[in-house]
Design a protein around this ligand. Structure first.
Ligand SMILES: Cc1cc2nc3c(=O)[nH]c(=O)nc-3n(C[C@H](O)[C@H](O)[C@H](O)COP(=O)(O)O)c2cc1C
Length: 546
């Protein structure tokens, strides 16, 4: 295979960032607590708007969101944008233990380090002037980075909508995880993308990834290329943009360019750590995976499928989203019914109109290798969920002969039994010896079609990780709705997983793991409300439903 230098760089990074049984990927060695990065970015000198906390008043049920039965679209103004952010990137609690306190957010993050920064780009809205705004989750506030030519922007947001953008501060993850951190940053973008898509659906809005934008276009729009504003501070790498609005729409860089021509930018990024260590592997893979500008891809909409089996819990979308947590331990006894298990798996299949699929449009490239431990009426063992039918022959070929591929589960669910066996020890081993992979009801590896995609378009290395993060977020919420709990697993021995599956080359690679089971909480931790001591911000609505 003739590879571009970029593709070679990506394959090299991928190999070097693998954890192996006899050697973890290069990391910092010890944690330099004095230089722990500040989890909150701020832009000093920018104007701020405090956002009201209104999510409690949102009546939408989680079951409706999950089925794609969206409520009437909320009007677009400061209050609804505030609810969108509160339920996606906002804080969900503070935790405290022996004098240390840390925040949790609606979106999870590897090591709770939160490398993902969120932006809102909007035209003039009631209560929210036109601009490029940076979201500060700690304060539930927006910082106005850019005041554009509002008139020039009027027609650029067709049909009522805004843009939500993401960037990553790689250093936040590299501080703890070293070279492998680039992967974790991409997972987190996928989780955040899905978090926004679910929150948008709860408001009756569509969320669609904007495809034509290259990294340079995104950096220009969000002001990430304004090096003076980041001097002395950690830079932000552009990731992706989503259209969020009452109707699906495309927005192009050209459509917003005029408004940016005479824009007024304000604010200087805060420095997150005093001392940094360079990770040249991350710089190289970042350079090799820069996304070019491109015409929007002609991606078919996800298929029409029946909604996954209804969940028994009648819970509001807002409370389910905010009570999502990672289990730190599982009890090793909880079982789930096969009906609940199959419902969770069918929720991983893309469906038209249901979140979060349009947020990352395109053919599904990620499948699930499941280690089933404790599911009623289902033999423990290794199962494959094939998320896109045409991938089945490719998977069969790559996994080699010897697997029976017996169809399992209900009709219409592309689930196959490969091996009937107690795999708890194997699951623990391949997930860096973590008990959470064995003491759960099931754990899994997200297996991505890899070599051809990365060789053809190296930037899509990042997109594959985003897809795994998106799936992880679906599972987090599905697990909560089913009365159990999930945890993302970024630490796994890549090639041990491949050996177990019979994968001998890089046509497919495992990019992320996940586990779902009966959680055991740590009673030593106390929990505080996310915005407990905040002054209330009045709502624009006369009779806020609170
Ligand atoms: C990409 C990713 C990788 C993770 N990897 C692990 C892991 O290997 N082991 C683990 O115990 N938790 C893991 N977690 C869970 C995080 O530690 C957790 O999300 C974070 O502490 C925030 O807590 P919360 O999810 O309850 O908000 C991972 C989470 C994400 C999003």
């Amino acid at each position: 295979m003739n590879l571009s230098p970029e593709a070679e760089a990506v394959f090299r990074y991928h190999e070097r960032s693998k954890h192996r049984l006899d050697r973890y990927a290069p990391g910092p060695g010890h944690l330099d607590w004095a230089n722990q990065p500040d989890p909150f970015r701020g832009f000093e000198g920018s104007a701020r708007i405090a956002l009201p906390l209104l999510a409690d008043g949102l009546a939408t049920r989680f079951a409706e969101v999950r089925e794609g039965a969206l409520p009437k679209a909320s009007s677009l103004d400061r209050d609804s944008v505030a609810t969108l952010l509160e339920l996606s990137l906002g804080l969900s609690a503070w935790k405290s233990f022996r004098g240390s306190t840390w925040a949790l957010r609606c979106n999870p993050s590897s090591g709770n380090l939160h490398p993902t920064e969120g932006y809102v780009v909007c035209p003039e809205l009631p209560g929210l002037p036109a601009g490029v705004w940076h979201y500060v989750s700690r304060d539930h506030a927006l910082e106005r980075r850019c005041e554009p030519d509002a008139e020039a922007w009027e027609g650029a947001f067709p049909g009522g909508g805004i843009i939500v953008g993401f960037s990553s501060i790689h250093w936040r993850e590299a501080w703890k995880y070293g070279m492998r951190a680039f992967r974790y940053c991409q997972h987190d973008v996928g989780h955040a993308t899905a978090a926004v898509a679910y929150a948008a659906a709860a408001l009756g809005w569509h969320a669609r990834g904007l495809q034509g934008w290259g990294d340079a276009d995104i950096a220009r729009l969000l002001g990430l290329d304004r090096s003076g504003d980041f001097s002395g501070a950690e830079e932000e790498a552009p990731d992706l943009l989503m259209w969020v609005g009452r109707k699906p729409a495309e927005v192009t860089p050209a459509g917003l360019a005029q408004g940016l021509e005479h824009a007024d930018w304000r604010g200087r990024a805060n420095r997150l750590s005093q001392v940094h260590r360079e990770w040249s592997d991350i710089d190289r893979v970042h350079a090799a995976t820069k996304k070019p500008s491109m015409p929007p891809r002609d991606t078919p909409d996800p298929p029409q499928r029946p909604a996954p089996k209804a969940i028994p819990a009648d819970v509001s979308a807002a409370s389910l989203i905010r009570r999502r947590r990672s289990a730190v331990d599982f009890d090793g006894v909880t079982r789930i019914g096969s009906g609940a298990f199959f419902a969770m798996l069918s929720a991983l299949l893309p469906r038209a109109d249901a979140p979060p699929w349009a947020a990352l449009p395109g053919t599904p490239r990620v499948h699930c290798a499941l280690f089933v431990h404790r599911v009623d009426d289902l033999a423990p063992g290794l199962y494959l969920l094939v998320r896109q039918d045409p991938a089945l022959p490719r998977l069969k070929q790559a996994l080699g002969p010897g697997w029976p591929w017996s169809k399992a589960g209900p009709d219409g669910l592309p689930l196959y039994l490969l091996l009937e066996q107690d795999l708890r020890d194997h699951a623990r081993l391949v997930s860096c010896h973590q008990d959470i992979a064995a003491d759960s009801c099931f754990s899994l590896g997200f297996i991505a079609e890899f070599e051809d995609i990365v060789a053809g378009e190296p930037w899509r290395y990042r997109e594959l990780f985003w897809e795994t993060g998106l799936l992880g977020q679906v599972l987090y919420l599905e697990a909560e709705a089913a009365g159990v709990r999930g945890t993302g697993i970024g630490c796994f021995f890549d090639d041990e997983v491949h050996a177990l599956l019979g994968l001998r080359d890089r046509r497919f690679q495992s990019l992320y793991h996940f586990t779902v089971g009966g959680p055991v909480d740590d009673p030593r931790l106390s929990t505080l409300p996310p915005y407990g001591d905040r002054e209330p911000v009045p709502s624009l609505r006369k009779n806020p439903a609170r």
